[in-house]
Design a protein around this ligand. Sequence first.
Ligand SMILES: Nc1nc2c(ncn2[C@@H]2O[C@H](COP(=O)(O)OP(=O)(O)OP(=O)(O)O)[C@@H](O)[C@H]2O)c(=O)[nH]1
Ligand SMILES: [Mg+2]
Length: 232
Amino acid sequence: MSIEKSTKAARGSVQCENTNINLLKANDYVADIIRNEMAKTKTLLINITSSAGSGKTTLMQKTAEKLKDKLTMAVMVGDLETERDAERIRESGIQALQIVTGGICHLEAQMVHQVLPEYNLEDIDLLFIENVGNLVCPASFDLGEDYRVTLMATTEGDDKPKKYPRMFLTSDMMLVSKSDLLPYLPFSVDAVIKDAREVNHELEVLQISALKGEGIDAWCDWLLNKIKEKQA
Ligand SMILES: Nc1nc2c(ncn2[C@@H]2O[C@H](COP(=O)(O)OP(=O)(O)OP(=O)(O)O)[C@@H](O)[C@H]2O)c(=O)[nH]1
Ligand SMILES: [Mg+2]
């Protein structure tokens, strides 16, 4: 299958070979409802995707630590089983709710929309959705987000953007995560950026370590700018 350049509108039409087209149409319909709700409340919605274990929850914790006194942020987190990630994020002092998918490998707009009434969106500047950890299924489901941010951990190997192109094609930002481990791994940041930008030449990139703090100020500045734009 050829890879076409994505736009946000095209996201929903980028599909898994095995994903039912009606399911995606229904998903896109609800994603637009979510987008409209977020436009009304001026809440910035970020969909965080990555392979399992790339550092999404740790980044949510670190971001909460840095930004919770400057704005109101909350998280919705999807996993196949357990409430563990939501519990970890709540320990950072922000609202976090878990969606247990019971085996489904991605979040769908309907799942997000069902949980939205639990949040007081009028008061929330920044809402993250931490998606289920994998680089395949979540790529096909628009959740009504303003931006899709994909973590690419140094521990995964630098060959992933070309092997899982849809995720990088439909993302706005790639965070090269766990940068503190670079001295110990055969991972080329230049190579991963080159491959990712061959898939999506508009992709923004930051190098971060949620554990050691590298790049976290730049990440928070990026978020603050996007919130400012949304609330202008
Ligand atoms: N060295 C290093 N380890 C990290 C960093 N960020 C996260 N980790 C570790 O990586 C492991 C997975 O981190 P999580 O934040 O749970 O990853 P996740 O993407 O939320 O995982 P799933 O939700 O299961 O997909 C944990 O042991 C973290 O401590 C980092 O910047 N550097
Ligand atoms: Mg997690």
